[in-house]
Design a protein around this ligand. Structure first.
Ligand code: KG4
Ligand code: ZN
Length: 371
Protein backbone atom coordinates (compact mmCIF):
# COMPACT_ATOMS: atom_id res chain seq x y z
CA UNK A 1 0.00 0.00 0.00
CA UNK A 2 1.25 3.53 -0.79
CA UNK A 3 2.28 5.76 2.07
CA UNK A 4 -0.26 8.38 3.15
CA UNK A 5 0.83 11.91 2.40
CA UNK A 6 1.12 14.70 4.93
CA UNK A 7 -0.67 17.97 4.11
CA UNK A 8 2.70 19.69 3.69
CA UNK A 9 4.25 17.05 1.41
CA UNK A 10 4.78 18.89 -1.89
CA UNK A 11 2.52 17.35 -4.51
CA UNK A 12 1.63 18.05 -8.12
CA UNK A 13 -1.71 16.45 -8.85
CA UNK A 14 -3.86 15.93 -11.95
CA UNK A 15 -7.60 15.85 -11.25
CA UNK A 16 -10.53 14.75 -13.40
CA UNK A 17 -14.24 15.57 -13.13
CA UNK A 18 -17.00 14.07 -15.32
CA UNK A 19 -20.03 13.56 -13.07
CA UNK A 20 -22.57 15.68 -14.97
CA UNK A 21 -22.34 17.64 -18.22
CA UNK A 22 -18.88 19.20 -17.91
CA UNK A 23 -15.69 17.30 -18.70
CA UNK A 24 -12.87 18.85 -16.70
CA UNK A 25 -9.20 18.36 -15.85
CA UNK A 26 -6.94 20.47 -13.65
CA UNK A 27 -3.42 20.50 -12.29
CA UNK A 28 -2.76 21.71 -8.75
CA UNK A 29 0.50 22.08 -6.90
CA UNK A 30 0.92 22.10 -3.16
CA UNK A 31 4.28 23.44 -2.00
CA UNK A 32 6.22 22.59 1.15
CA UNK A 33 4.50 25.40 3.09
CA UNK A 34 1.13 23.70 2.49
CA UNK A 35 -0.01 26.39 0.00
CA UNK A 36 -1.97 25.07 -2.97
CA UNK A 37 -2.07 26.76 -6.38
CA UNK A 38 -4.11 25.92 -9.46
CA UNK A 39 -1.63 25.54 -12.34
CA UNK A 40 -4.35 24.94 -14.93
CA UNK A 41 -8.07 24.21 -15.09
CA UNK A 42 -9.84 23.10 -18.26
CA UNK A 43 -13.63 22.71 -18.52
CA UNK A 44 -15.43 21.48 -21.65
CA UNK A 45 -19.15 21.99 -21.41
CA UNK A 46 -21.59 19.61 -23.11
CA UNK A 47 -24.45 22.13 -22.99
CA UNK A 48 -24.75 22.27 -26.80
CA UNK A 49 -25.06 18.46 -27.05
CA UNK A 50 -28.05 18.33 -24.70
CA UNK A 51 -29.74 21.60 -25.69
CA UNK A 52 -32.36 19.98 -27.92
CA UNK A 53 -33.47 17.50 -25.23
CA UNK A 54 -34.45 19.87 -22.39
CA UNK A 55 -32.05 18.21 -19.95
CA UNK A 56 -28.87 16.16 -19.73
CA UNK A 57 -29.16 12.83 -21.59
CA UNK A 58 -27.03 10.36 -19.59
CA UNK A 59 -25.94 8.18 -22.54
CA UNK A 60 -24.89 11.19 -24.62
CA UNK A 61 -23.06 12.63 -21.61
CA UNK A 62 -21.14 9.41 -20.91
CA UNK A 63 -19.99 9.07 -24.51
CA UNK A 64 -18.97 12.73 -24.73
CA UNK A 65 -16.97 12.43 -21.49
CA UNK A 66 -15.18 9.31 -22.77
CA UNK A 67 -14.20 11.23 -25.92
CA UNK A 68 -13.13 14.43 -24.15
CA UNK A 69 -11.32 13.19 -21.02
CA UNK A 70 -7.92 12.50 -22.64
CA UNK A 71 -8.07 15.79 -24.52
CA UNK A 72 -8.88 17.74 -21.34
CA UNK A 73 -6.06 16.04 -19.41
CA UNK A 74 -3.59 16.85 -22.20
CA UNK A 75 -4.81 20.45 -22.38
CA UNK A 76 -4.44 20.82 -18.60
CA UNK A 77 -0.88 19.44 -18.71
CA UNK A 78 0.10 21.66 -21.60
CA UNK A 79 -1.48 24.79 -20.03
CA UNK A 80 0.55 24.07 -16.87
CA UNK A 81 3.73 23.52 -18.94
CA UNK A 82 4.07 19.98 -17.57
CA UNK A 83 4.13 16.42 -18.84
CA UNK A 84 2.58 13.34 -17.28
CA UNK A 85 6.00 12.53 -15.75
CA UNK A 86 5.72 15.63 -13.53
CA UNK A 87 2.52 14.36 -11.89
CA UNK A 88 2.83 12.88 -8.38
CA UNK A 89 -0.80 11.78 -7.89
CA UNK A 90 -4.20 11.59 -9.59
CA UNK A 91 -7.65 12.45 -8.29
CA UNK A 92 -11.02 11.68 -9.82
CA UNK A 93 -14.68 12.25 -8.99
CA UNK A 94 -15.93 8.79 -7.96
CA UNK A 95 -19.54 9.98 -7.34
CA UNK A 96 -22.25 11.05 -6.86
CA UNK A 97 -23.48 11.82 -10.36
CA UNK A 98 -24.64 10.36 -13.65
CA UNK A 99 -23.09 6.92 -13.50
CA UNK A 100 -21.89 6.68 -17.12
CA UNK A 101 -19.91 9.91 -16.80
CA UNK A 102 -18.46 8.96 -13.41
CA UNK A 103 -17.40 5.54 -14.79
CA UNK A 104 -15.68 7.25 -17.76
CA UNK A 105 -13.68 9.49 -15.41
CA UNK A 106 -12.76 6.70 -13.02
CA UNK A 107 -11.57 4.46 -15.89
CA UNK A 108 -9.47 7.28 -17.35
CA UNK A 109 -7.89 8.07 -13.97
CA UNK A 110 -7.20 4.40 -13.25
CA UNK A 111 -5.46 4.12 -16.61
CA UNK A 112 -3.26 7.14 -15.85
CA UNK A 113 -2.42 5.91 -12.33
CA UNK A 114 -1.63 2.42 -13.54
CA UNK A 115 0.50 3.59 -16.46
CA UNK A 116 2.56 5.95 -14.28
CA UNK A 117 2.59 3.93 -11.04
CA UNK A 118 1.34 7.01 -9.13
CA UNK A 119 -1.38 7.00 -6.44
CA UNK A 120 -5.04 7.59 -7.24
CA UNK A 121 -7.61 9.29 -4.98
CA UNK A 122 -11.36 8.88 -5.43
CA UNK A 123 -13.18 12.10 -4.42
CA UNK A 124 -16.80 12.83 -3.58
CA UNK A 125 -18.01 15.54 -5.99
CA UNK A 126 -19.90 17.30 -3.19
CA UNK A 127 -16.76 17.39 -1.03
CA UNK A 128 -15.09 19.16 -3.95
CA UNK A 129 -17.76 21.88 -3.95
CA UNK A 130 -17.85 22.05 -0.16
CA UNK A 131 -14.08 22.51 0.31
CA UNK A 132 -13.62 25.09 -2.49
CA UNK A 133 -13.84 28.16 -0.17
CA UNK A 134 -10.65 26.92 1.49
CA UNK A 135 -8.86 26.84 -1.86
CA UNK A 136 -10.10 30.23 -3.01
CA UNK A 137 -10.41 32.18 0.25
CA UNK A 138 -8.61 30.08 2.92
CA UNK A 139 -11.89 30.02 4.90
CA UNK A 140 -11.22 28.42 8.31
CA UNK A 141 -13.26 25.50 9.67
CA UNK A 142 -16.07 25.43 10.66
CA UNK A 143 -18.23 27.06 8.01
CA UNK A 144 -21.71 26.69 6.57
CA UNK A 145 -21.83 25.81 2.88
CA UNK A 146 -24.98 26.42 0.87
CA UNK A 147 -24.65 24.51 -2.38
CA UNK A 148 -27.16 25.70 -4.99
CA UNK A 149 -26.91 24.61 -8.61
CA UNK A 150 -28.82 22.79 -11.33
CA UNK A 151 -28.10 19.48 -9.62
CA UNK A 152 -27.48 20.27 -5.96
CA UNK A 153 -29.19 22.01 -3.10
CA UNK A 154 -28.03 21.41 0.43
CA UNK A 155 -26.72 22.99 3.61
CA UNK A 156 -23.51 21.48 4.96
CA UNK A 157 -21.74 22.35 8.18
CA UNK A 158 -18.10 21.75 7.22
CA UNK A 159 -15.86 21.00 10.20
CA UNK A 160 -12.83 19.38 8.51
CA UNK A 161 -11.61 17.77 5.26
CA UNK A 162 -14.02 14.91 5.84
CA UNK A 163 -16.30 16.53 8.44
CA UNK A 164 -19.63 17.25 6.74
CA UNK A 165 -22.94 17.52 8.52
CA UNK A 166 -25.95 17.85 6.25
CA UNK A 167 -28.43 20.23 7.84
CA UNK A 168 -31.06 20.09 5.10
CA UNK A 169 -31.62 20.16 1.37
CA UNK A 170 -34.21 20.03 -1.36
CA UNK A 171 -36.83 17.33 -1.27
CA UNK A 172 -37.51 17.66 -5.02
CA UNK A 173 -35.93 20.03 -7.59
CA UNK A 174 -32.66 21.88 -7.20
CA UNK A 175 -33.11 25.69 -7.51
CA UNK A 176 -31.17 25.85 -10.80
CA UNK A 177 -33.57 23.28 -12.25
CA UNK A 178 -36.48 25.47 -11.15
CA UNK A 179 -34.91 28.56 -12.80
CA UNK A 180 -34.40 26.53 -15.99
CA UNK A 181 -37.99 25.22 -15.98
CA UNK A 182 -39.48 28.66 -15.30
CA UNK A 183 -37.45 30.08 -18.20
CA UNK A 184 -38.83 27.33 -20.44
CA UNK A 185 -42.41 28.08 -19.29
CA UNK A 186 -41.93 31.73 -20.23
CA UNK A 187 -40.18 31.10 -23.54
CA UNK A 188 -36.81 32.43 -22.31
CA UNK A 189 -33.45 30.99 -23.42
CA UNK A 190 -31.45 28.37 -21.48
CA UNK A 191 -29.69 28.30 -19.10
CA UNK A 192 -32.71 29.76 -17.37
CA UNK A 193 -31.02 31.37 -14.36
CA UNK A 194 -29.37 34.28 -16.17
CA UNK A 195 -32.44 34.79 -18.44
CA UNK A 196 -34.84 34.93 -15.49
CA UNK A 197 -32.52 37.23 -13.54
CA UNK A 198 -32.23 39.53 -16.53
CA UNK A 199 -36.03 39.77 -16.99
CA UNK A 200 -36.57 40.17 -13.24
CA UNK A 201 -34.64 43.48 -13.29
CA UNK A 202 -37.58 45.13 -15.04
CA UNK A 203 -40.24 43.30 -13.03
CA UNK A 204 -42.38 43.93 -9.97
CA UNK A 205 -41.76 41.09 -7.48
CA UNK A 206 -44.94 41.92 -5.55
CA UNK A 207 -47.46 41.78 -8.44
CA UNK A 208 -48.08 38.02 -8.30
CA UNK A 209 -48.45 36.23 -5.03
CA UNK A 210 -46.27 33.12 -5.27
CA UNK A 211 -45.78 30.54 -2.48
CA UNK A 212 -42.74 30.29 -0.17
CA UNK A 213 -42.62 26.45 0.05
CA UNK A 214 -41.82 24.72 3.37
CA UNK A 215 -41.38 27.97 5.31
CA UNK A 216 -44.28 26.88 7.49
CA UNK A 217 -42.36 23.75 8.49
CA UNK A 218 -39.42 23.68 10.89
CA UNK A 219 -35.94 22.74 9.71
CA UNK A 220 -33.77 23.49 6.70
CA UNK A 221 -35.33 21.33 3.99
CA UNK A 222 -36.43 23.06 0.80
CA UNK A 223 -38.81 22.42 -2.08
CA UNK A 224 -38.96 24.17 -5.45
CA UNK A 225 -41.27 22.07 -7.58
CA UNK A 226 -44.50 23.62 -6.21
CA UNK A 227 -43.16 27.09 -6.87
CA UNK A 228 -42.50 26.20 -10.49
CA UNK A 229 -46.08 24.85 -10.79
CA UNK A 230 -47.40 28.09 -9.25
CA UNK A 231 -45.57 30.05 -11.98
CA UNK A 232 -47.18 27.79 -14.61
CA UNK A 233 -50.68 28.35 -13.17
CA UNK A 234 -50.16 32.10 -12.90
CA UNK A 235 -48.88 32.26 -16.48
CA UNK A 236 -51.92 30.35 -17.73
CA UNK A 237 -54.33 32.53 -15.73
CA UNK A 238 -52.82 35.75 -17.10
CA UNK A 239 -52.72 34.36 -20.64
CA UNK A 240 -56.36 33.21 -20.43
CA UNK A 241 -57.45 36.65 -19.21
CA UNK A 242 -55.54 38.73 -21.75
CA UNK A 243 -55.01 36.27 -24.61
CA UNK A 244 -51.23 36.26 -24.11
CA UNK A 245 -48.37 37.56 -21.99
CA UNK A 246 -46.86 41.01 -22.36
CA UNK A 247 -43.16 41.68 -21.77
CA UNK A 248 -44.14 43.22 -18.45
CA UNK A 249 -46.09 40.09 -17.44
CA UNK A 250 -43.00 37.95 -18.11
CA UNK A 251 -40.77 40.37 -16.19
CA UNK A 252 -43.17 40.45 -13.22
CA UNK A 253 -43.41 36.64 -13.14
CA UNK A 254 -39.61 36.33 -13.23
CA UNK A 255 -39.23 38.92 -10.47
CA UNK A 256 -41.87 37.20 -8.34
CA UNK A 257 -40.28 33.77 -8.81
CA UNK A 258 -36.77 35.03 -8.08
CA UNK A 259 -37.99 36.83 -4.94
CA UNK A 260 -39.69 33.63 -3.72
CA UNK A 261 -36.50 31.58 -4.25
CA UNK A 262 -34.40 34.24 -2.49
CA UNK A 263 -36.84 34.55 0.42
CA UNK A 264 -36.95 30.78 0.98
CA UNK A 265 -33.18 30.31 0.69
CA UNK A 266 -32.54 33.31 2.98
CA UNK A 267 -34.89 32.08 5.71
CA UNK A 268 -33.59 28.49 5.55
CA UNK A 269 -30.02 29.84 5.66
CA UNK A 270 -30.93 31.85 8.78
CA UNK A 271 -32.13 28.62 10.38
CA UNK A 272 -29.06 26.65 9.24
CA UNK A 273 -26.77 29.32 10.73
CA UNK A 274 -28.72 29.10 14.01
CA UNK A 275 -28.20 25.30 14.01
CA UNK A 276 -24.45 25.83 13.45
CA UNK A 277 -24.32 28.38 16.27
CA UNK A 278 -25.94 25.84 18.60
CA UNK A 279 -23.07 23.44 17.84
CA UNK A 280 -20.03 25.70 17.84
CA UNK A 281 -18.88 28.94 19.42
CA UNK A 282 -16.17 29.40 16.76
CA UNK A 283 -16.50 32.34 14.32
CA UNK A 284 -18.62 31.22 11.36
CA UNK A 285 -18.49 31.92 7.63
CA UNK A 286 -21.45 31.46 5.31
CA UNK A 287 -20.23 30.20 1.92
CA UNK A 288 -22.37 29.80 -1.18
CA UNK A 289 -21.38 27.79 -4.26
CA UNK A 290 -23.00 26.39 -7.41
CA UNK A 291 -24.29 28.11 -10.55
CA UNK A 292 -27.26 29.71 -8.76
CA UNK A 293 -24.77 31.55 -6.52
CA UNK A 294 -24.29 33.85 -9.53
CA UNK A 295 -27.73 35.33 -8.86
CA UNK A 296 -27.21 38.85 -7.54
CA UNK A 297 -30.52 39.15 -5.72
CA UNK A 298 -29.87 35.84 -3.91
CA UNK A 299 -26.34 36.94 -3.02
CA UNK A 300 -27.62 40.19 -1.54
CA UNK A 301 -30.21 38.29 0.52
CA UNK A 302 -27.57 35.86 1.80
CA UNK A 303 -25.12 38.66 2.61
CA UNK A 304 -27.83 40.30 4.71
CA UNK A 305 -28.57 37.03 6.54
CA UNK A 306 -24.86 36.50 7.24
CA UNK A 307 -24.47 40.03 8.60
CA UNK A 308 -27.57 39.63 10.83
CA UNK A 309 -26.18 36.32 12.13
CA UNK A 310 -22.71 37.80 12.77
CA UNK A 311 -21.14 35.48 10.18
CA UNK A 312 -18.65 36.34 7.42
CA UNK A 313 -19.77 35.76 3.81
CA UNK A 314 -17.79 34.20 0.95
CA UNK A 315 -18.67 33.11 -2.56
CA UNK A 316 -15.83 31.55 -4.60
CA UNK A 317 -15.35 33.00 -8.12
CA UNK A 318 -17.97 31.57 -10.45
CA UNK A 319 -15.53 29.43 -12.47
CA UNK A 320 -14.74 27.52 -9.27
CA UNK A 321 -18.34 27.62 -7.97
CA UNK A 322 -19.62 25.59 -10.91
CA UNK A 323 -18.39 22.10 -11.85
CA UNK A 324 -14.61 21.97 -12.36
CA UNK A 325 -11.71 19.61 -11.67
CA UNK A 326 -9.64 22.01 -9.54
CA UNK A 327 -12.10 21.50 -6.67
CA UNK A 328 -11.69 17.72 -6.98
CA UNK A 329 -7.91 18.03 -6.89
CA UNK A 330 -8.05 20.34 -3.89
CA UNK A 331 -10.35 17.96 -1.97
CA UNK A 332 -7.92 15.11 -2.68
CA UNK A 333 -5.00 17.20 -1.37
CA UNK A 334 -6.93 18.03 1.81
CA UNK A 335 -8.11 14.47 2.34
CA UNK A 336 -5.01 12.47 1.38
CA UNK A 337 -3.56 12.59 4.89
CA UNK A 338 -6.72 10.96 6.24
CA UNK A 339 -6.95 7.85 4.09
CA UNK A 340 -4.70 5.74 1.85
CA UNK A 341 -5.01 6.05 -1.93
CA UNK A 342 -7.56 3.96 -3.81
CA UNK A 343 -6.56 0.82 -5.64
CA UNK A 344 -7.82 -0.50 -8.97
CA UNK A 345 -11.06 -1.63 -7.31
CA UNK A 346 -12.18 2.02 -6.92
CA UNK A 347 -15.79 2.06 -8.06
CA UNK A 348 -18.05 4.77 -9.47
CA UNK A 349 -20.98 5.58 -7.19
CA UNK A 350 -24.23 7.12 -8.52
CA UNK A 351 -25.20 8.04 -4.93
CA UNK A 352 -22.70 8.95 -2.26
CA UNK A 353 -24.07 11.11 0.56
CA UNK A 354 -21.35 13.20 2.17
CA UNK A 355 -22.99 12.88 5.54
CA UNK A 356 -23.58 9.15 5.99
CA UNK A 357 -25.86 9.80 8.97
CA UNK A 358 -28.39 11.88 6.99
CA UNK A 359 -31.47 10.21 5.48
CA UNK A 360 -31.47 9.33 1.76
CA UNK A 361 -32.65 12.12 -0.53
CA UNK A 362 -35.82 11.97 -2.55
CA UNK A 363 -35.77 12.51 -6.28
CA UNK A 364 -32.79 12.69 -8.54
CA UNK A 365 -33.50 15.55 -10.93
CA UNK A 366 -32.40 16.08 -14.51
CA UNK A 367 -28.74 16.22 -13.61
CA UNK A 368 -28.62 13.00 -11.62
CA UNK A 369 -28.55 12.14 -7.96
CA UNK A 370 -28.50 15.07 -5.56
CA UNK A 371 -26.70 13.39 -2.70
O1 KG4 B 1 -23.25 24.66 -10.99
P1 KG4 B 1 -23.80 24.68 -12.37
O2 KG4 B 1 -23.03 25.36 -13.47
O3 KG4 B 1 -24.07 23.23 -12.92
C1 KG4 B 1 -24.69 22.24 -12.21
O4 KG4 B 1 -25.91 22.32 -12.06
O5 KG4 B 1 -23.99 21.31 -11.76
O6 KG4 B 1 -25.24 25.35 -12.25
C2 KG4 B 1 -26.03 25.56 -13.38
C3 KG4 B 1 -27.36 26.10 -12.92
C4 KG4 B 1 -28.36 26.23 -14.04
O7 KG4 B 1 -29.57 25.60 -13.63
C5 KG4 B 1 -28.51 27.72 -14.23
O8 KG4 B 1 -29.79 28.12 -14.68
C6 KG4 B 1 -28.22 28.23 -12.84
O9 KG4 B 1 -27.19 27.41 -12.34
N1 KG4 B 1 -27.80 29.64 -12.87
C7 KG4 B 1 -28.47 30.65 -12.28
C8 KG4 B 1 -27.79 31.84 -12.63
N2 KG4 B 1 -26.72 31.51 -13.40
C9 KG4 B 1 -26.73 30.15 -13.54
N3 KG4 B 1 -29.57 30.64 -11.52
C10 KG4 B 1 -30.03 31.83 -11.09
N4 KG4 B 1 -29.46 33.02 -11.38
C11 KG4 B 1 -28.34 33.08 -12.15
N5 KG4 B 1 -27.78 34.24 -12.45
ZN1 ZN C 1 -21.60 20.03 -9.01
Amino acid sequence: MQRERDVTTPCTLLAIESSCDDTAAAILRRDDTGQTRILSSVVRSQTGLHAAFGGVVPEIAARAHAEALDICAEEALSAAGLTIRDIDAFAVTAGPGLIGGVVSGVMCAKGLAMATGKPLYGVNHLAGHALTPRLTDAVPYPYLMLLVSGGHCQFLLVTGPDGFQRLGGTIDDAPGEAFDKVARLLGLPQPGGPSVEDQARAGDPARFSLPRPLLDRPGCDLSFSGLKTAVLRTRDAVAAEKGGLTRQDVADLCAGFQAAVSDVLAEKTRRALALCRAQTEAPLTLCVAGGVAANQSLRRALETVAAESDAAFTAPPLALCTDNAAMIGYAALEQMALAPPADMTLSARPRWPLDQSSPAMLGSGKKGAKA
